[in-house]
Design a protein. Structure first.
Ligand SMILES: Nc1ncnc2c1ncn2[C@@H]1O[C@H](COP(=O)(O)OP(=O)(O)OP(=O)(O)O)[C@@H](O)[C@H]1O
Ligand SMILES: [Mg+2]
Length: 249
């Protein structure tokens, strides 16, 4: 079954920031498999290590020890050039700071991953991308530049760009944070459908139990360790788990 295929997997992943008296252990020996074709949410209190874990999974930062496996390649051993190549082909990002290029139009921003990779999308891919753009309500804005869009519209451009290369993995850090609830639900449904239709793994960091209720699996991080790992459940169960964690601390 494709659902059990590992998109990425970690072994003894540890991250310590700083040194001497100012050391912060952000992650402690995390062993984790993120599966393809599933939406995995990561929840946990502020400062618990969610962004750190996501950055290490995406090869944006290096662990203090441990491994991050893409198939049989431990990416912690790759040099910067090969890491950049991996991110361009295998990973889509939807981050809170959207990283849109201000001088490019919406369409140019969406197609940027192809330009950077020196690849020309074929007709079928372009059609597919325009369908996603339409679903995101961006069709009439293709010639605008990011400063001519609202925050929520910029966020949707970042989502279209992350989907465009159909990466193995999509990382989204609070992707619905700037959106009204209806648009936010649309974005979550699009991320869900990426997992169903294209076998992609989506990793969603969120504080919002309603958003996490769209996930197939929810991981809770506290103080740098995974403390709960549950299958899809409803928002009220998830918010109770969030509250319990806050009390435990
Ligand atoms: N570059 C850094 N240098 C030093 N400490 C850092 C750095 N980045 C993160 N930390 C620390 O590591 C811990 C985990 O941070 P991280 O950003 O992963 O938390 P988070 O779960 O994403 O929190 P939030 O919900 O607030 O985004 C925190 O104690 C944080 O202060
Ligand atoms: Mg964070």
């Amino acid at each position: 079954m494709s659902g059990s295929r590992a998109a990425v997997r970690t072994e003894g992943l540890r991250k310590v920031y700083g040194s001497g008296g100012t050391e912060v252990t952000a992650l402690r020996e995390v062993n984790l498999v993120i599966e393809s074709a599933r939406l995995t949410a990561i929840m946990g209190p502020s400062g618990s290590g969610k962004s750190t874990l996501m950055h290490l999974l995406a090869g944006l930062d290096r662990p203090s020890s441990g491994a991050v496996w893409y198939d049989d390649v431990d990416i912690t051993g790759l040099d910067d050039r090969r890491l950049t190549a991996l991110r361009r082909t295998e990973i889509g990002f939807v981050f809170q700071a959207f990283n849109l290029v201000p001088t490019l139009t919406v369409l140019e921003n969406v197609l940027l991953p192809f330009d950077l990779g020196g690849v020309t999308p074929d007709r079928a891919r372009l059609d597919w991308i325009h369908e996603r753009i339409a679903e995101l309500g961006l069709t009439t804005m293709l010639e605008r530049r990011p400063h001519q869009l609202s925050g929520g519209q910029q966020q949707r451009v970042a989502i279209a760009r992350a989907l465009a290369i159909r990466p193995r993995l999509i990382f989204a850090d609070e992707p619905t944070g700037n959106l009204d609830s209806r648009t936010g639900r649309g974005v979550l449904e699009m991320l869900e459908s990426a997992t169903r239709v294209h076998d992609q793994a989506v990793v969603l960091v969120t504080h919002d139990p309603v958003a996490a209720a769209h996930a197939d699996r929810v991981l809770f991080i506290s103080d740098g360790a995974i403390v709960h790992d549950v299958e899809r459940t409803d928002a009220s169960t998830l918010s109770e788990m969030v509250l319990d964690l806050a009390v435990d601390r």
